[in-house]
Every structure is written in structure tokens, then in C-alpha cells.
Ligand binder design. Structure first.
Ligand SMILES: [Zn+2]
Length: 412
């Protein structure tokens, strides 16, 4: 068999979940259009939620030149394109799955089950849980990015539950709240009937910003409740769990967060680069129609709790030694599957990324430039996606500006 090129272009596949931004407002759609040589038609009224560009078969990245799904191609050139370590440790599959998301309204309130539960669910329902893996993920803001993630401190949650409309969700005899109190409260909120959810939501919607500030020190709930009700109606329990119990964070471009396995989250708006362990397992309980919701008991049983301050949830961007000229930073989640490099170049600047033990997938998120590697030069522009084989040093340069996000395995 002919040997594979060490660097080659990929195209992503876009999906159309209803929460995606519509038509040309979607960065995922615009990127797909720019990167697809055979053409990709954007329809104005259609939502474009995510562009995937990994080897996962659901919405596969493809080799640009041939259209072959990346997974099939890697399968033919395992050692060359994945490296010995990934062949051995990750069953000859890319350990990470990168995506671009364009979010117009809340994604389902969700957790991604840990490995143990994923294995169990995959065995029982392979059609729904399509792999046995966990899915810790990172999200890097490309625009302003709103998100519910992790839990507020119980001392910030419990005061509002003294309100008569909410007291019914607190187990009788509760004194000081513990994490287990919160687990039981969340279970009851998720299992409440639609009538009850609506009554409670309307009760909360009546509270003034002043009342809220006095009770819990925050007033964003007053603005978010009508917005979430417009998106998902007044009977979705996700609104109650997210507003009453979870942190609401706004990230600016370049800021990132890390969601561990079993970590609760619901992204609300923005364009992001997302990267996760290679999995598609999810349990949804809110911000989706009742028929799409998973079992609330299973969901609450799996929940993990804190520490969940903004500092715990956000993932710092640090300078990376992988960039030999100091123009590279890295987001490093505490997992072994991947890290995300970011290269930022101004006019007439360049950067060299050292050869790594594992492969990388780079996406140009801004500007134009030249990629040099393995004695080849490739002109690159925004939305281009490049596969870089293990042990290949790359050099990036531009006369204008260039920003690249690169998911890598085997950094350290
Ligand atoms: Zn998620």
C-alpha cells in the first residue's frame, strides 16, 4: 500500500440540531462551506449546530482529496498516522473528537456518563449509546459564550428553597444542605409534573432582581427565565435545575472551560471550538422534549459535586513549550486523551510546533498563512482543517494574521 502523506487536508461534516444558529449566522456552516471543495449549500432557514472533524463515524471528518471518511483512512495507515502509542493505548482510534459549535439557544441539560456506566449502557442499548467510552470535554470561546456548568454552592442555593413554592422539593427534616440534599432536590425537580414546573417557574418569574439579590446575591435569573421559557416553554424542568442550582458563566473569546465525566452542563449561546474524548454518550434531562429525556433517577445517581467555582470550571490558557518561538499557548485538561494548542501570529510572524508523539488536527480559526512541514508548503486560510501525523514538525507563518487551534495527543 502507498504510504500516506504526513500532512493532509480534511473537511468536516455539519449537523442540524434545532439549537444551532441558522443559515449564514452559523460559523459551523460557514466553515463547512469554505472547507468543502465540492461545495456545501447553506440554506437560510436551516439550523447548523456542529461541524465535526474527527474519525467518529456519526458525522465524520473526511480526507478532502478523496472524500474518504477519516476513520477508514486511519484504519489503513494505523502506525503511520496514529503512532504506536495510540494504536496500543486507544485501540487505533483518534483519542479525541474536535468540533465547531454555533449555538443559538440552550443545548440539552446533560451529563456524559463515566467509563463504567458508558460500558454498561453501550452493552444494553448500543443504538443509543454508540460507544463504551467516557466523554470529558473542553469548550473554547470564539465569541461571547454563555453556559450553565457545575453547581452553585449549596449555601447559595438553599435560601431560595425557603420560598413556599420551592420548599416542596426539599426532603423533610433537612437542616443544613449537603451535596446529597442537592442530589435529591434535583431529582425531585426533574420528576415534577408539568403543572408543578409551570407554577414554580411563574413563582420565580415574579421575584424582582432586588429579591433575588437579597436571597442569593445574584439577579441574572430575572433576565434568563423569560428567555428560557421562550426557547423551551414553561414546563421544562431544565429551566429550574439550571437557574436554581447551577453556575451561569459568560466567557469571552479565548476563555475556556473543562467539563469532567459526569459533570452537569448546558451551553446557552455562542461560537466555540469543542474537543472531547472520542465518544458520543450523553444523558439529557432538560431543554428538550419529554420524549428525548433520559431517566432522571439514573441521571441524578451519576451526578458529581464540586468544587465548582468559576476558577474550578474554567481552563486556563498557558504558554506552551511545544511552540519553539513562544507564540503558542495550550489548554490542558486533566485527562490523558488530548490537549489543545493555540497559535496566534501577527503580520510577518511565524511559529514552529515541535514534532509530537501522537497526531494532531489543526483548524484555522482566523486569517491566512502558509503551513510548512515534511518538505511541503500548503497555503492555509480560515476554516481549513489539517491532519498532522505523529513525529512531524510544522512551521506556520503569515504576512497578515493567523490563528490556529490544534487538538493534539502525546504532548507530554
Ligand atoms: Zn456536553
Amino acid at each position: 500500500m502507498a504510504s500516506a502523506p504526513r500532512i493532509f487536508q480534511l473537511v468536516g461534516t455539519c449537523n442540524n440540531y434545532h439549537w444551532g444558529k441558522k443559515g449564514r449566522n452559523s460559523l459551523a456552516a460557514r466553515m463547512c462551506e469554505k472547507a468543502t471543495p465540492t461545495g456545501f449549500e447553506i440554506i437560510d432557514d436551516e439550523p447548523y449546530s456542529e461541524m465535526w472533524f474527527g474519525d467518529y463515524p456519526d458525522f465524520p471528518g473526511r480526507v478532502a482529496e478523496t472524500g474518504e471518511p477519516l476513520g477508514d483512512y486511519l484504519g489503513k495507515h494505523k502506525e503511520e498516522l496514529l503512532g504506536a502509542k495510540i494504536v496500543k493505548d486507544f485501540d487505533a482510534q483518534l483519542p479525541f473528537l474536535p468540533k465547531i459549535l454555533s449555538i443559538a439557544k440552550a443545548l440539552p441539560l446533560q451529563i456524559h456518563p463515566n467509563k463504567q456506566l458508558s460500558e454498561r449502557l453501550h452493552q444494553k442499548q448500543p443504538d443509543k449509546f454508540t460507544d463504551p467510552n467516557h466523554k470529558p470535554e473542553i469548550a473554547i470561546a470564539l465569541s461571547r459564550f454563555e453556559v450553565f456548568a457545575g453547581w452553585k454552592r449549596v449555601s447559595h442555593i438553599s435560601p431560595l428553597f425557603k420560598n413556599p413554592a420551592l420548599a416542596q422539593f426539599v426532603p423533610s427534616g433537612t437542616g443544613e444542605w449537603t451535596n446529597d440534599t442537592l442530589r435529591q432536590v434535583v431529582r425531585k425537580l426533574l420528576k415534577a409534573d408539568e403543572e408543578t414546573v409551570m407554577t414554580v417557574e411563574n413563582e420565580i418569574a415574579r421575584l424582582s432582581k432586588n429579591d433575588l439579590r437579597k436571597a442569593i446575591g445574584e439577579d441574572y435569573m430575572a433576565d434568563l427565565i423569560p428567555r428560557l421559557q421562550m426557547e423551551y416553554g414553561s414546563t421544562d424542568p431544565g429551566t429550574l435545575v439550571a437557574l436554581l442550582c447551577m453556575n451561569f458563566l459568560v466567557l469571552e473569546p479565548g476563555e475556556a472551560l473543562y467539563i469532567p465525566a459526569d459533570g452537569i452542563h448546558a451551553y446557552l449561546s455562542g461560537d466555540i471550538v469543542e474537543c472531547m474524548a472520542r465518544s458520543n454518550n450523553v444523558l439529557n434531562v432538560g431543554f428538550c422534549p419529554p420524549a428525548d429525556r433520559d431517566n432522571a433517577d439514573l441521571f441524578t445517581e451519576m451526578l458529581t459535586f464540586g468544587p465548582d467555582t468559576r476558577g474550578d470550571i474554567t481552563l486556563p490558557r498557558q504558554k506552551s513549550d511545544a511552540g519553539l518561538k513562544g507564540r503558542t499557548s495550550v489548554y490542558q485538561p486533566p485527562i490523558r486523551e488530548f490537549d489543545m494548542l493555540r497559535i496566534d501570529l501577527g503580520p510577518d510572524e511565524d511559529e514552529e510546533i515541535q514534532a509530537l508523539e501522537g497526531p494532531g488536527i489543526a483548524i484555522v480559526t482566523r486569517g491566512t498563512g502558509i503551513l510548512h512541514g515534511n518538505d511541503e508548503e500548503i497555503a492555509v486560510k480560515e476554516a481549513d482543517i489539517l491532519y498532522v501525523a505523529p513525529q512531524v514538525q510544522t512551521e506556520w507563518r503569515t504576512s497578515s494574521d493567523l490563528q490556529v487551534h490544534m487538538a493534539v495527543s502525546g504532548l507530554q
